[in-house]
Each structure stands twice: as structure tokens, then as C-alpha cells.
Design a binder for this molecule. Structure first.
Ligand SMILES: *Cc1c(COP(=O)(O)O)cnc(C)c1O
Length: 663
């Protein structure tokens, strides 16, 4: 545990270079790193730092068996499984599933609820075969089922569910074939519930049921009027694209009754959007849905199931706040609210309580995968003072004077901020003078270079003198970012962390080793793609965010490995082939006995041949073209035979390898 005074000593929220300096007096410890990266807040269930300064993983839960992540990576390296690498800890998956059940069981016994909980996993969160199979496998004892939102997902669910008690919730828009498949699957002994999302699906259900002489289990997705919040707030409310409004539900009941299908209406569903940040939103929705459930029962539908959808959030930054990267409730609070609210609704109206279903995806799969990437190198602007020459142009001379002026400013003097601001304004002006003079041909390239270098020296001098605990003008605050180190990551964020780019999602990112060493740099990451959006430049910061992350100086000939955590939901399927970077290698790991592990599956990343083929290129044809042009070059005496051979061998080998850089 981290003692409180350490928090005070080293506040995570405004850790800047100057704060780092303040703690220099005593040695840096792994506890300092845990505080700095918020590990104890977002990761305490499974992750910690061991005395060697490495991340240690306890995949079966806190205080259970653990494994040193660096040890594991070295062992994987030995098998030629190198970064970037997706590690999937199936024990974590199992533990999360167990937790989900435990919270509902705890709430059910706490409130004396006379029904039970039966979850389904929404396949769209992580479609990978081994993931879906493992979830069904681990969840078998609780009759855990699946939720499908498309015909392709329906196919997965139908084929993989082999527990006759498990539910298959059929969401998404449905055509005739989707509905007929669900009806026939019911006769096969499965439990597909066709959840009506759109009013005209009712006609298709009625027609298909008549045609096949059999009916599906039917549910309604309600369009609630409760206000949503957060990023997916448009998933509910009157304008949402999903679900039936209350008048539509009433009409649907009439129609189904007339068609003799009302006795198949068993379920009411709503979904508030993913990552509900604020529990108050859920409470309102539960009350509204509870009332609709009771009305449906009164109208003669047998009912029996209330499906509260997804939305159970993840506290990515551990701040326990109703902000985008966090939640203001715990898992247990969530289950308590679901159970207590529905209990009260039904109790008041003397109606039997329903079986509760949740479609929690993010909450199950976020923790189990960790993306590991290596740093290829770093770059930063030069802080060296350029040598003075006998005759310097005026802008350079002025910049030198400005630099000396800044160096004389004492940071504890009363008006230091305004003096620094003034001096920085001067520096910018002189730099622009230099650029203009260069454009007009008055100064040469070396003079221009000097002007740029001196500007950076001025910027660094300003940053070094900014006083702590005072309001700093935005322009000066941002100098830190401009001066920061860029860490080049062997990664495509478009492939492996697309939500960081698409929706500004924050995941915890931190080095996974050297955590007993003080990180002395402030940096951000640039990925391999030729896209200026291909970067990681926003980091968790206890309810806020920060643009720079504390990182270590990389050492020559020693890898520097970074982990991105809690990214097990949505990232893989949303990832794209930008610049033709494909999937990374992925490894499923399970702990056996203490410190022993087993690789259950290794899923090879896309090779270059794979990504080329997916764009309709033919790798062997491409090779053949290059072979022909090399023959021509040999013929013209431009290329030696063995060099041509070497080129072709490089290309052939490269086609068989994954798309990332090799260490
Ligand atoms: C996406 C989705 C889910 C999963 O939501 P999470 O927040 O990941 O739990 C559940 N149900 C429906 C209908 C969805 O569209």
C-alpha cells in the first residue's frame, strides 16, 4: 500500500519536471512509480510492481500467484515472439466473469431478490474465437450466454453456445433470414430471443412465424426517455436510432396479440450506451424500464427477463469520478442499483421479479489483454547553445541577448511570470525576424539554424524558471510539450489502439520495467504510420488528462518496453490497416503453478503477404515483377547477380514476416 504522505509529497495530478526535482532528495522507489502512473488506482486487482522494478501480474486476482512481465517477455522473445505483442491473460478473463457473477449474487442476497442473474457476452466487444470460447467455457456454470448484433455474430453465437440453458440475445436490425434463423434455432434447442429494435420487424416476425409454423422468443428494446451522458448518450432518448418508443411498444403488443404471439414476449431490454460514467443515469433508466416491464406484464405478456444492456464502465484512470475515463461507481454499486431498483418496482406492484440479464462486454474483457510495444528511438529539440561567431546577424544577436536576459530571471522573484512571458515574446519575434531574413536572402542557412537553436534554448530556460503553484499562461505551459521528447513506438495506433485516435479514449500507458528508477524525461509517443494523427499524446491523470508522460531515458542496446493496459474491449476489431500495418502477434497465457505458465494459443500477426492480399495485390506477382526488372538491370550491367539475389531474398523473407520493425 502507498502511504498517504507519499501522495502528498508527489501529487500525480500536477507532476511536472519541477516536482520530479523536489523528490530528488531521496531515492526513487517502486512505490513512487505506482503512485506516478496511478497503478494502484486502476490496476490494483491484477497489476503491481515487484522489487526488481518490473510489472508483476496476478492474473487470478490480487495477492494470488503472480508472474514477472519482463521474465515472461524474455521467454517469449526466446520463442521469436517479439514486441509489439498482445498478451492475453485468460485467467483474468475468468476472474472478471467470476466477479460479475459475484456482484450480482451479493446484491441478490443482500436485497432478498427472488430471482437470479444470467449474463450474456456481447460478441462485438471482442470477436476473437478463443476469447468467445473461453467466456462460454468459464461461464458455463452460470449459464452464461451471448449477445449478437448482426447475422455474422449470430452465426458465431449459434455455433458456439452448447449450453441449453444459456441465452442468445439477438439485437441489431433484422431481415427475414435473421428472424427465420432465430426461429429455427429455437427448434434446434437453443434460446435465441429476438429483440425487436425497429417497428417493422414485427411484421417480419409474424410472417416468418406463420410460414414456419413456429415462433421465436420475443423481446422489446425500449427507447427510454431518460437522458444519457458521456460519449454514447445518443444511444438512448427519444432521438436514439435504436428501440421502440412507448407508443410503439403498445402498438406492438396489440399486433402480436392479434397474431397469437403475445405469449412469446418474454423480455424487455434497454441499452444506455457503453461506459456509463455516472450511476445516476442508470438509476433513472432502471426506474423507467421497471415501469414498462410491469405494464407489459399487465397487458398480458408473460415476460420473465429484464435485460439492462451494456454500459458497465471501467475506471481507466482510477479516479472514481463521473468523467470520460472513469466511473463514479464500483462494480458492486452497479449490481446493487440494478437489483434494488427492480426489486422495489416489482414489489410495489406485487409482480414477480424478473431474471436479470446484463450485456456487459467492456467490464469483462478490458483487463485481460495488455499491448506491449518497444521504443525504437527518441528525438527532441537541441538545447545546445550554438557557438558564437565573430559576425552574427542581428536577429541571432538579439536572441542571444534574450537568452542571457531569461537566465538572469529569478523564479522566486515577484513578477517572474510576466518577465518570462515578455522575454519569450521577444524570443518569438526575433526568431520570426530570422526566418523572414532567411526567406528574403539576407542570412544564410547556418545563421538560420542558430536562430532556431537559440529559440529552443530560450524556451528551455523559460520552462526551468516557471514558478510552481501559480497560474501559468497557457502559451508558457505548452512550451513543456513542445520541448518534450518524442518516443518512437513500434506500433500503429490505428491498428492496436484505434479509440485513442478516433474518440480520444484514454488507456493507462506506462513502462513495464525500470520502475525502481526515476523517469527523468517527459515524453509522448509517435507511431510507425506516416500520419500525424499516429501518436499517443494524452495520458490518464486522476480524473484529468496530461499531454506528457514521465518516461526513462532509453539506454543504448537495451530495449525499453511500454505497456498499454485495459484495452481488451473493442480495439482489435476497430483497428484498421492504415499504412498496411497489420495485427501484432497475440499470445494467450495461463498460469499453472507459481511462476509457471502455459501458452495456450499463439495467434500470428498479419504478414506483409496477408495485408497486401487483403488489398487485392498478389504477393507472388509483385515479386515476379521485381524479378523481371532485376533481370533487366543485370542485363544492362546496373546490378550484380548476387545483389539482385539478395534483394529478392529480402523481399521474399519480408513477405512472410509481420509488418512491424524488428529489433
Ligand atoms: C455495445 C453493446 C453492448 C456492450 O456494451 P459494453 O458497454 O461494452 O458493456 C451491449 N448491448 C448492446 C445492445 C450494445 O450495442
Amino acid at each position: 500500500m502507498i502511504s498517504q504522505d507519499l501522495y502528498d509529497d508527489c501529487p500525480v495530478s500536477n507532476l511536472t519536471k519541477s516536482n520530479l526535482k523536489k523528490t530528488q532528495v531521496r531515492e526513487w522507489t517502486v512505490e513512487d512509480s505506482a503512485v506516478l502512473y496511478g497503478l494502484d488506482r486502476w490496476g490494483k486487482d491484477y497489476f503491481s510492481i515487484n522489487p526488481a522494478g518490473n510489472i508483476s501480474i496476478s492474473p487470478k486476482g490480487r495477492d494470488k500467484d503472480n508472474i514477472d512481465l519482463m521474465f515472461l517477455l524474455q521467454e517469449l522473445n526466446g520463442r521469436n515472439l517479439k514486441a509489439p505483442l498482445l498478451l492475453r491473460f485468460d485467467d483474468i478473463l475468468e476472474d472478471r466473469l467470476k466477479k460479475l457473477h459475484e456482484i450480482f449474487e451479493t446484491a441478490i442476497s443482500k436485497y432478498g431478490y427472488k430471482g437470479h442473474y444470467q449474463g450474456v457476452f456481447p460478441i462485438k466487444c471482442n470477436h476473437q474465437r478463443h476469447v468467445v470460447e473461453k467466456i462460454l467455457n468459464y461461464g458455463h456454470k452460470w449459464n452464461f450466454g451471448l449477445e449478437a448484433g448482426s447475422k455474422a455474430e449470430l452465426l458465431i453465437a449459434l455455433a458456439l453456445i452448447n449450453n441449453p440453458e444459456a441465452l442468445l440475445i439477438c439485437n441489431g436490425y433484422k431481415d427475414k433470414r435473421y428472424i427465420e434463423t432465430a426461429i429455427l434455432a429455437r427448434q434446434l434447442g437453443k434460446n435465441p430471443v429476438v429483440v425487436i429494435e425497429q417497428f417493422d420487424e414485427i411484421n417480419r416476425i409474424i410472417t416468418s412465424s406463420k410460414k414456419l409454423g413456429a415462433a421465436p422468443l420475443i423481446g422489446f428494446r425500449a427507447k427510454l426517455s431518460s437522458e444519457g451522458n458521456g460519449r454514447w448518450k445518443s444511444s438512448i432518448g427519444e432521438k436514439s436510432k435504436f428501440g421502440l418508443s412507448v407508443p410503439e411498444i403498445l402498438k406492438a403488443v396489440d399486433k402480436l396479440k392479434a397474431a397469437g404471439l403475445l405469449q412469446e414476449v418474454k423480455l424487455l431490454h434497454f441499452h444506455l450506451g457503453s461506459q456509463i460514467n455516472d450511476i445516476a443515469i442508470l438509476k433513472d433508466a432502471l426506474q423507467e424500464a421497471g415501469q414498462i416491464y410491469i405494464e407489459l406484464k399487465r397487458l398480458g405478456a408473460p415476460m420473465g427477463y429484464l435485460d439492462v444492456g451494456g454500459g458497465l464502465g471501467i475506471d481507466y484512470d482510477g479516479s472514481q469520478t463521473a468523467t470520460a475515463a472513469s466511473t463514479n461507481y464500483s462494480l458492486q454499486n452497479y449490481a446493487n442499483d440494478v437489483v434494488a431498483t427492480i426489486q422495489e418496482c416489482c414489489h410495489t406492484h406485487n409482480i414477480e421479479v424478473p431474471t436479470l440479464i446484463s450485456e456487459s462486454g467492456r467490464a469483462i474483457v478490458s483487463h485481460f489483454s495488455i499491448l506491449i510495444f518497444n521504443i525504437l528511438g527518441t528525438s527532441s529539440v537541441s538545447r545546445d547553445i550554438p557557438k558564437k561567431s565573430s559576425k552574427e546577424c542581428l536577429p541571432v544577436e538579439n536572441l542571444r541577448k534574450t537568452m542571457m536576459h531569461i537566465q538572469e530571471i529569478n523564479k522566486s522573484s515577484e513578477n517572474s511570470i510576466s518577465r518570462l512571458q515578455e522575454a519569450w515574446n521577444d524570443a518569438i519575434k526575433f526568431k520570426n525576424d530570422a526566418l523572414n531574413s532567411f526567406r528574403l536572402g539576407y542570412i544564410d542557412l547556418p545563421e538560420r539554424a542558430k536562430a532556431e537553436e537559440l529559440t529552443w534554448v530560450c524556451a528551455q530556460a523559460v520552462v526551468d524558471r516557471l514558478p510552481e503553484n501559480q497560474l501559468i499562461p497557457k502559451e508558457l505551459q505548452e512550451l513543456d510539450t513542445a520541448l518534450a521528447e518524442t518516443y518512437y513506438a513500434n506500433l500503429s495506433i490505428f491498428r492496436s489502439a484505434p479509440d485513442t485516435w478516433a474518440i480520444g479514449q484514454l488507456f493507462p500507458v506506462m513502462p513495464i520495467h525500470r520502475l525502481n528508477e526515476k523517469p527523468t524525461n517527459l515524453g509522448h509517443f509517435a507511431d510507425l504510420t506516416c500520419d500525424s494523427d499516429g501518436k499517443l499524446g494524452t495520458f490518464i491523470n486522476n480524473g484529468q488528462s496530461k499531454s506528457l508522460l514521465e518516461l526513462h531515458k532509453i539506454k543504448h542496446n537495451e530495449p525499453y518496453w511500454i505497456g498499454m493496459f485495459l484495452g481488451g474491449a473493442y480495439q482489435e476489431v476497430m483497428g484498421n490497416l492504415h499504412n498496411l500495418f497489420g495485427t501484432t502477434n497475440a499470445v494467450h497465457i495461463r498460469l499453472t503453478n507459481h511462476r509457471e505458465y502455459k501458452l495456450d494459443h499463439v495467434i500470428r500477426g498479419n504478414t506483409k503477404a496477408d495485408v497486401l492480399t487483403s488489398m487485392e495485390h498478389n504477393p507472388s506477382e509483385l515479386l515476379e515483377r521485381l524479378r523481371m526488372s532485376s533481370e533487366l538491370a543485370i542485363e544492362n550491367g546496373k546490378l550484380k547477380i548476387n545483389d539482385a539475389q539478395r534483394l529478392l531474398e529480402h523481399l521474399e523473407t519480408s513477405l512472410r514476416q509481420i509488418t512491424y520493425l524488428h529489433e
